[in-house]
Design a binder for this molecule. Sequence first.
Ligand code: CTP
Length: 401
Amino acid sequence: MNRLKNKKILLGVCGSIAAYKSAILVRLLVKEGAIVRVVMTQTAKDFITPLTLSTLSKNAVEQEFYNPETGEWANHVELGLWADVFLIAPATANEIAKMANGLCDNLLSAIYLSARCAVVFCPAMDVDMYKHQSVKTNLQKLQSVGNFVFEAEHGELASGLVGVGRMAEPEHIIENLVLNFTEKQTFAGKKVLITAGPTQEALDPVRYISNHSSGKMGIAIAQSFAKKGGIVTLVVGKIDLNLVEKHDNLHVISISSADEMYQVCKTYFDTTSIAVFAAAVADYKPKQIATNKIKKNEESFVIELTKNIDIAFEFGKIKKENQLSIGFALETDNELENAQAKLAKKNFDLVVLNSMQDAGATFGHDTNKITIISKHNPPKTFDLKSKNKVAEDVVNEIEKI
Ligand code: CTP
């Protein structure tokens, strides 16, 4: 159990006889570890009481835009943003029609319009209503904009007729939620080390040399591993840490310089199964770090740089057979050739190649376009996608080896 641990489920209950099953649904959701809040339409209250659902969900049930007794406003935007999944079960033909067409004359349908999360419709109605073309069209319309429909099931209906129209059994809804909204724990317990972001190489107490890396790609990979059960240590240069969504499996260590990044990685590498070197490590650092702030006394000023430690290279030398290491290559020309050379030189199992020639890829963007180079397979090029989707592709490729 606990397969929906900490998933925030907003259950929308519409006015159908199937609403009595909402009580069972809430109990099963809570048993699976979900945090459940409930919103009901007025007619739903004719079938099941708010008290039943608030008792089972351990949260107040939302019913109106505002509470007439306290005058408090039920914030439909807040509810829509809170949820990971808005599960509308039972969804009646009437509410389905309204939501398919953007109407929002009650709290439930207003939440639907302001929700950014996944929305699941579990239709419940009589057999002929469910077969009706207008209902079918409305459900298709809802699906075409990214909503999920967990189809009604066959059985005896409240009308006495037998056919398809019964709301999916609560147990089936739970299984479907687990299937669609939880990650397979492919990397359960595996230790993953990820470097990300830029390094800062100090020149004096107030200045440094760095680059424009935002760390977004490395963060997205870290998050993808964490969701799949990996125990992730993200060693990250100075970036906006608000970009890192909190996750129980994700431990973030902030560093500044390449040397610091190396030292931290050293303490983790030995027990690491998978290391991903996504950091934009400065290749050089100032040979001397001035103790005091450098004054602008000279007309021109030369900084002597010395090579930084190559973190990926160092760990490539001591990598064991049961460890995987993945590198990144940002190239402007001879991309494949250069990436192949890095694969060999740094003993990587995979190299994720970005080309500066691709618009929308590389530094700062929320999108990326990659080619994956590996030891034994031909290069594989992916479309331009969001960095989160690219991270999933990278993690899937790692999963294969
Ligand atoms: N890398 C690293 N430590 C460094 C430099 C790079 O760990 N000091 C890692 C990067 O995180 C990346 C890979 O090595 O995974 C490739 O880095 P890149 O700078 O592109 O390659 P270099 O080998 O430094 O080659 P060049 O800069 O000449 O292209």
